[in-house]
Design a protein around this ligand. Structure first.
Ligand SMILES: Nc1ncnc2c1ncn2[C@@H]1O[C@H](COP(=O)(O)OP(=O)(O)O)[C@@H](O)[C@H]1O
Ligand SMILES: [Mg+2]
Length: 361
């Protein structure tokens, strides 16, 4: 396997470094289509950061989150192993603070575990975290909190939606206390749309779009692996600047496969998936909950929404009815950007697959 090293992202890195060089004031939402390289960017950046930053990175992607206890368990490092060694090495809170490394989950001592689990009160967990971050600050370092795939908390309820408690906590950490930088990362554009229209967050957060690579970045990446002009153009015209697909193509070409064949099978797969989805809606119907209202999904409306992409790559987000828009975004076919108010396919491959499927409906 060809080892593809981290590529570019200079403007995004600069923007994040600028944020980190100042005192924490705003919550930063990092968003973008699926597999655009958000997690890769954050992990790369963490590696590059000087030692005086302590990054608490939590990826909720693989976590099961249905209750308050699940949330606490996903946040804190207290698996039996850690717990066991912690008892040996980090008996006290002070020892724990002095022992935090550059990147870590959120460590917790035995004495605080009961406290954060007590009474299902997110505030207990948050006040413990503030105490931890203050400890880090007192040791002369700058804490940074990163929650990846934050939308997974979207539906957890603890006497009301947990997400609001969390947003309040983020605002405390930044705007109020200037204690800790907060980055919330998500691939779910419906979630970002909700965040964007959230009154409590207005003026208290900023947004950083991490999109697929543009033409030049894509050409440069492929150039670096010795690709010729013809193949670079083929790649751009079929998968665009989607990092995950480009990495796959580089690897497959490295193992002597013809890139046309690899692209062909990726395209067939996606076309088939979209066709099946539309067929299911046509034959069985489907529904979506929007603001606690059950809404029917209509096949013909989905088709007319998708047809707009036959001649255009991007449309206004309000050109499509709300139910179809949300459904197609939820199915990972489209990506909505509430900042530029646009709607576009999740990737070039999706655009081409949509165009192909639209020929036969
Ligand atoms: N800047 C980059 N340089 C090289 N490869 C990248 C880059 N960004 C993403 N990738 C590749 O794409 C894959 C998907 O990226 P990831 O960060 O997981 O996407 P996201 O978090 O946006 O869904 C990564 O596993 C990596 O192989
Ligand atoms: Mg990710």
């Amino acid at each position: 396997m060809m080892e593809v090293t981290f590529h570019d992202r200079k403007p995004e890195i600069k923007e994040i470094m600028d944020i980190l060089s100042m005192k924490p004031r705003l919550v930063t939402f990092v968003y973008g289509p699926i597999n655009s390289g958000k997690t890769e960017l954050i992990t790369h950046l963490i590696e590059q950061l000087p030692e005086d930053y302590v990054v608490f990175y939590i990826n909720l992607r693989t976590k099961f989150l249905a209750s308050y206890d699940d949330f606490i368990e996903s946040l804190f490092e207290m698996e039996m192993e850690t717990y066991g060694s912690m008892r040996k090495q980090k008996e006290t809170f002070a020892e724990l603070v002095s022992g935090v490394t550059k990147v870590t989950g959120i460590p917790i001592t035995k004495e605080f575990i009961d406290y954060v689990f007590k009474d299902n009160k997110p505030k207990n967990a948050f006040s413990y975290m503030i105490k931890l971050f203050e400890g880090v600050t007192h040791s002369g370092k700058q804490p940074v909190l990163v929650l990846d795939e934050l939308q997974k908390i979207g539906d957890v309820k603890v006497n009301g939606p947990l997400i609001y408690e969390l947003f309040n906590f983020f605002i405390d950490l930044t705007k109020e206390l200037h204690l800790c930088h907060v980055f919330a990362v998500t691939s779910d554009s419906l979630f970002i749309e909700r965040v964007y229209s959230e009154a409590m967050l207005s003026e208290r957060c900023k947004y950083l779009l991490v999109d697929d690579f543009d033409y030049k970045q894509t050409m440069d990446l492929l150039e670096g692996y010795g690709w010729g002009e013809r193949e670079k153009e083929i790649a751009w015209h079929s998968v665009g600047g989607k990092p995950v697909s480009l990495v796959r193509l580089i690897n497959e070409k490295g193992s002597e496969k013809k890139i046309e064949d690899v692209i062909g099978s990726m395209f067939m797969l996606r076309t088939g998936e979209i066709e099946t989805r539309l067929k299911l809606v046509k034959e069985l119907g489907d529904e979506m909950m929007i603001c606690d209202k059950r809404c029917d999904v209509h096949h013909e409306k989905l088709v007319s929404a998708l047809k707009m992409f036959v001649t255009r790559e991007e449309i206004g987000m309000n050109e499509v009815d709300e139910v179809s828009k949300r459904y197609l975004v939820k199915q990972n076919i489209l990506f909505v950007d509430p900042l530029s108010k646009t709607l576009k396919p999740q990737s070039k491959l999706n655009l081409l697959a949509i165009r192909d499927v639209m020929k036969d409906v």
